[in-house]
Design a protein. Structure first.
Length: 292
């Protein structure tokens, strides 16, 4: 178990989401800072202001910041809903029903634990990026499904090995029975040469022994046929499972490309681009006015 009480794979997924959230938080803070900076650059050009002018400037700043923060909070909510939708969709594919405890979202102890984890992870990430800068790569969304398929393949292979071991044991037993039959037949032939009057009894013993051997042989052939059929079924199931695994991997690759494409089409990205364009136009206008 990792630091958050989940396995290493799930903790890696949490770290990826925290990096995404940190990036979005940084963009929001930059937007708020730019609102204040725009006020300083556009309105604070005189040394003395009246109370009404100050109130007007603060009201305008409050309106802009309120709108930016509200938009970011709404977008964060929608992003979390999409994240939960991904998790629930993966769980439903394997007939699982996930449950959430909303009360834990306000647990201060757990929140402090997550904050400490983010701080340590961010520090270690900075050290890694300084030592060996590696471009981050998005992890597949349905890795849990691939892991379950791998477990199924491993289980089928293990069952196949057990059946092979059982088949070898049965072959060994059959060989031992045949060896015993050969020894008994030789002993009977020797007895027939010495005791001619016991020929009928010997023939009867041979018949019983042959019947016993025939029964064992029949049982061995039946077991062998069952084992062969079961092995063929397991091999076909293994091939089908591998095909499903390749199909899942292809779907993962497609989902990853769609995710990257959709990120560039998000409302936050377009809004930020529009804001930057407007701010550049305002700066150009102020420069023209100052030059005049």
């Amino acid at each position: 178990q990792a630091e958050l009480g989940v396995n290493e794979h799930h903790q890696s997924e949490v770290v990826s989401y925290m990096r995404f959230a940190r990036f979005k938080r940084g963009m929001c803070l930059k937007t708020v800072d730019s609102c204040f900076q725009d006020l300083k650059d556009s309105r604070l050009v005189e040394e003395t202001f009246t109370v009404d002018e100050v109130i007007d400037m603060l009201d305008g700043l409050q309106s802009v910041v309120h709108s930016e923060v509200e938009s970011e909070l709404i977008n964060t909510t929608y992003t979390n809903v999409l994240l939960l939708r991904q998790l629930f969709s993966q769980a439903e594919k394997w007939y699982l029903k996930l449950q959430t405890d909303v009360s834990d979202l306000e647990n201060r102890e757990l929140l402090d634990q997550v904050a400490e984890f983010e701080k340590s992870e961010y520090t270690s990430s900075n050290k890694k990026s300084t030592a060996d800068p590696i471009k981050p790569k998005l992890a597949p969304l349905n890795e849990g499904g691939s892991e379950l398929l791998n477990k199924t393949v491993a289980y089928l292979q293990e069952e196949n090995e057990k059946l092979k071991t059982r088949l070898r044991t049965i072959e060994t037993q059959a060989t031992a029975v045949l060896d015993e039959k050969s020894k008994l037949e030789k002993s009977l032939r020797d007895l027939q040469m010495i005791q001619g009057d016991q020929t009928n009894n010997a023939n009867q013993d041979i018949t019983e022994l042959e019947n016993k051997v025939a029964a064992l042989k029949s049982q061995f052939e039946k077991t062998l046929n069952d084992t062969t059929a079961n092995q063929k079924f397991l091999e076909e199931d293994l091939v089908t499972t591998k095909h499903n695994l390749l199909k899942v991997q292809d779907q993962l690759s497609t989902a990853e490309k769609e995710l990257e494409k959709k990120f560039q089409q998000t409302a936050a990205y377009r809004n930020m681009k529009e804001i930057l364009t407007k701010k550049n136009e305002q700066i150009k206008d102020l420069r023209r006015r100052l030059s005049k």
